[in-house]
Ligand binder design. Structure first.
Ligand code: HEC
Length: 196
């Protein structure tokens, strides 16, 4: 090897020439080390289901994350999605609380739907005709998101209601079905459909 030292190779690119010297040992050993390390690492983390070093391994991490997500989903209030089954409350105490929310100046439901729910800016909520769905879950969602382009902010006024309060106010609205208030807002048959 030593007789080859500083022997020029027989090529030249843009004036650059190179020696055929051996790589420095420290560099070579570092290179070998990365190869061995890479193989051990790949087997340890990607090959073994339970790694010999490092915790807890991909499979266990994945399982733990799925379990955590399932726990979260199970604890989420039922009101979270329109597909969730939600049952309207009918006991007088709950309906009274729902009425208090409907008539409060925090959420302003009454200012657009009227105190008797006959409708003003918003539609009549006492007939069995609905634009956006009539199940408690759909209505909870409608009240939570509102219809901002039409004036109804989330929760009526933008002031947040808890999931429990949403169910209370929706239960109150549903309890007023068929009450036939005087001079209700006119029905828009194009948009308002019977509850099925
Ligand atoms: C600023 C006016 C305004 C306020 C305040 C308001 N709404 Fe509305 N609401 C509307 C309008 C307008 C619509 C109709 C949206 C449409 O035409 O698509 C509506 C629609 C609804 C619907 C759906 C009706 C259907 O036919 O599907 C429900 C339920 C409802 N409001 C309940 C409430 C409740 C409960 C509150 C209080 C938390 C509230 N609204 C506050 C204006 C209002």
């Amino acid at each position: 090897m030593s007789d080859k030292k500083d022997e020029l190779l027989n090529h030249e690119y843009d004036g650059i020439r190179e020696f055929d010297n051996a790589l420095p040992r420290w560099w070579l050993y570092g290179f070998y080390f990365t190869i061995v390390f890479g193989i051990v690492y790949a087997i340890n983390y990607h090959g073994l289901s339970k790694p010999m070093w490092g915790q807890p391994g991909m499979v266990a991490e994945y399982t733990a994350e799925v379990e955590a997500a399932n726990r979260l989903a199970a604890n989420r209030p039922k009101a979270a999605g329109p597909s969730a089954t939600l049952v309207a409350l009918t006991d007088p105490a709950s309906l009274q609380k729902g009425q208090a929310i409907f008539e409060s100046n925090d959420n302003l439901c009454h200012s657009c739907h009227r105190k008797d729910l006959g409708g003003l800016v918003g539609p009549n909520l006492t007939d069995n005709l609905w634009i956006h769905g009539c199940t408690p879950a759909e209505m909870v969602k409608n009240v939570a998101t509102g219809f901002p382009p039409l004036g109804m902010l989330p929760y009526g006024s933008g002031k947040t209601l808890s999931d429990e309060q949403l169910l209370l106010v929706v239960s109150y609205v549903l309890s007023k079905q068929g009450t036939n208030p005087e001079n209700p807002r006119a029905v828009n048959p194009e948009r308002e459909k019977p509850c099925s």
